[in-house]
Design a protein around this ligand. Structure first.
Ligand SMILES: Nc1ncnc2c1ncn2[C@@H]1O[C@H](COP(=O)(O)OP(=O)(O)OP(=O)(O)O)[C@@H](O)[C@H]1O
Ligand SMILES: [Mg+2]
Length: 421
C-alpha cells in the first residue's frame, strides 16, 4: 500500500497573499528577514509545472550562494520535490516532476537572455538594475504561453525602479508588503534589536519595508547600489596604497558609540576598496590590540605593507595614538601611525568631504557585517544615531591623500635635475 506523506507548511499572511495572487508580475517587498526569500522560493515551487523551465536570479554570485540557492534547496527538499543539481557553473536544478530551474546572477542582465521561460523569480530585485526585470519579462513565453514573474526585495526609496514597476498599480502587477516583525519564524526580539541600531527613517525602510528616502539623509540611496560590494581584495600587484582610519570612540555599552576601523586599499584605477571593523562593546583597552591584529590581517589579505594608520588624536586620544606606536614597536611591528586632529572642524563638516568619492562611485565595500553597518551609517548620515564608521572612513581618506601626495612630491624631487649652484 502506498503511503502519502504530508508535510506541513505554514505561511504568514503576506506570504500567503503573495503565493495566492493571480497577477502576472508580483512583488513582495519587506523588511530585513520578513520572509521574502522563503516566500519567493516556496511560490516558485508551487507554481512549477511539469517539464517547464524557470529562472531564479540573484544580484551577485555571493548572494546566490549564501541565501537564494540554500533557501530554495531547503524548501524543495522539505517538500520532496528535489531531484538533482548540475553546476554549469551556476546551479541547474531538476525537480522530481521534470521542471528545470536555472539559477543565474543579474550582474550582467544581458546574459539572462536564454531559453523561453514559464516563470522567473528575482530575489533581492532592488539590488539589481532595471534591465534584469525588462530582459526577464521578455523571456516569459514558453510553449506559447504567457509566463509569470515574481520579485522579492527590500525597498530602496521612491526613486528606485522597483517602486515604479511594483508600487504604482501598473496593469498585471500586484505588490505585497511585510514588516520584519510580521515574520513569526525569526528569533524573538529580532526586529527590536535591529531597531535599536537603525535610525527611525532607515528603520521604516529596513524593518517596515516602506519606500522612503531616509528623511534628511545627505546622500541618495541610489549611491549605494549592490554592484559596490565585493568579497576578495584586488590582486596585490594592482594595489597602490593601503591605509587604515580609526575613530576610537569609547565603548559605552550596547547603545554606545562604536570604535570604528576602516581599511582602505587604492587600486591602479583609483578605485578604493573598503572594509570596516566596528564594535560598540570593545573596551578602550582592547583597541590597541585589535588595531595591531587588524593591520596584520589587512597586510596579509592584501599582500603588502600598510602605508599609514590615521588615528583621531584630539586631546586625550593622543594617548591612544602614542600607545599604538609604543605597543606595536614593542612587538617589533612598528605601525606607521599618523596622529590626525580635527582642527576644531565639526564632525559633520569633515564627513561631508566624502561626498565627491561617493557621488563618483569610487568606493567598493567588502561584504561583511561590519562593513554593512558602515554603509548603513553612511546612508543615514547626518540623521542616523551613529556616524563613527563614516568618521573613520574620513580619517582613512584624509590620510590616503596625505600619503599619496607626499609620495608624489618625493618622486618629483627625485626626478627633478639637480640645480647647479
Ligand atoms: N513560511 C515560513 N516557514 C518557516 N520558516 C520561514 C518562513 N518564512 C520565513 N521563514 C524563516 O524566517 C527567516 C527569514 O526568512 P527569509 O530569509 O526568507 O527572509 P528575507 O526577508 O529574505 O531576509 P533578508 O532580508 O535577509 O533577505 C529564515 O530563517 C526563514 O527560514
Ligand atoms: Mg532574502
Amino acid at each position: 500500500m502506498s503511503q502519502i506523506e504530508t508535510r506541513e507548511i505554514r505561511l504568514h499572511p503576506a506570504q500567503n497573499e503573495f503565493t495566492e495572487s493571480p497577477a502576472l508580475f508580483r512583488g513582495f517587498v519587506g523588511g530585513r528577514g520578513s520572509g521574502k526569500s522563503w516566500a519567493g522560493a516556496f511560490d516558485l515551487l508551487c507554481r512549477a509545472r511539469d517539464q517547464r523551465t524557470y529562472l531564479v536570479a540573484s544580484p551577485t554570485g555571493v548572494l546566490m550562494e549564501d541565501t537564494t540557492f540554500p533557501t530554495f534547496t531547503a524548501i524543495a527538499k522539505h517538500l520532496g520535490m528535489w531531484k538533482r543539481v548540475k553546476l554549469t557553473p551556476y546551479p541547474n536544478v531538476t525537480l522530481t516532476t521534470g521542471e528545470t530551474i536555472r539559477f543565474r546572477t543579474a550582474e550582467d542582465p544581458e546574459r539572462m537572455r536564454g531559453p523561453n521561460l514559464s516563470g522567473v523569480w528575482l530575489d533581492e530585485a532592488s539590488l539589481m538594475c532595471e534591465d534584469a526585470y525588462t530582459v526577464a519579462i521578455g523571456c516569459l513565453r514558453e510553449a506559447g504561453e504567457q509566463g509569470w514573474l515574481s520579485a522579492t526585495f527590500t525597498p530602496k526609496g521612491p526613486h528606485h525602479w522597483t517602486f515604479d514597476v511594483f508600487g504604482k498599480n501598473r496593469p498585471d502587477t500586484a505588490l505585497f508588503r511585510a514588516r520584519t516583525g510580521e515574520n513569526p519564524f525569526n528569533p524573538r526580539d529580532f526586529e527590536a534589536t535591529l531597531a535599536r541600531q537603525y535610525g527611525p527613517g532607515f528603520a521604516r525602510q529596513e524593518l517596515g519595508g516602506e519606500f522612503v528616502e531616509t528623511e534628511g539623509a545627505e546622500w541618495p540611496a541610489a549611491w549605494f547600489g549592490e554592484h559596490l560590494w565585493f568579497r576578495d581584495w584586488p590582486h596585490p600587484d594592482d594595489i597602490t596604497l593601503r591605509v587604515m582610519g580609526l575613530d576610537p570612540s569609547k565603548g559605552r555599552g550596547e547603545n554606545g558609540d562604536f570604535s570604528a576601523f576602516v581599511n582602505a586599499a587604492r587600486d591602479t584605477r583609483g578605485i578604493i576598496w573598503l572594509e570596516a571593523d566596528m564594535d560598540n562593546r570593545r573596551p578602550t583597552t582592547q583597541i590597541v590590540t585589535d588595531a595591531i591584529a587588524l593591520a596584520a590581517r589587512f597586510e596579509i589579505e592584501t599582500g603588502g605593507p600598510l602605508d599609514g594608520l590615521g588615528c583621531e588624536s584630539d586631546q586625550f586620544q593622543e594617548l591612544l595614538a602614542t600607545e599604538l606606536i609604543e605597543q606595536s614597536r614593542r612587538r617589533g611591528i612598528q605601525l606607521p601611525v599618523y596622529k590626525l586632529t580635527t582642527k576644531g572642524k565639526p564632525k559633520e563638516e569633515r564627513i561631508r568631504r566624502l561626498t565627491p568619492y561617493l557621488s563618483a562611485g569610487t568606493f567598493r565595500f567588502r561584504d561583511t557585517p561590519s562593513t554593512r553597518l558602515l554603509v548603513a551609517q553612511l546612508q543615514q548620515f547626518p540623521v542616523g544615531s551613529h556616524d563613527d564608521g563614516p568618521d573613520a572612513l574620513e580619517y582613512a581618506m584624509r590620510l590616503a591623500v596625505h600619503v599619496w601626495n607626499a609620495r608624489q612630491a618625493k618622486r618629483t624631487q627625485a626626478t627633478r635635475p639637480a640645480r647647479r649652484g
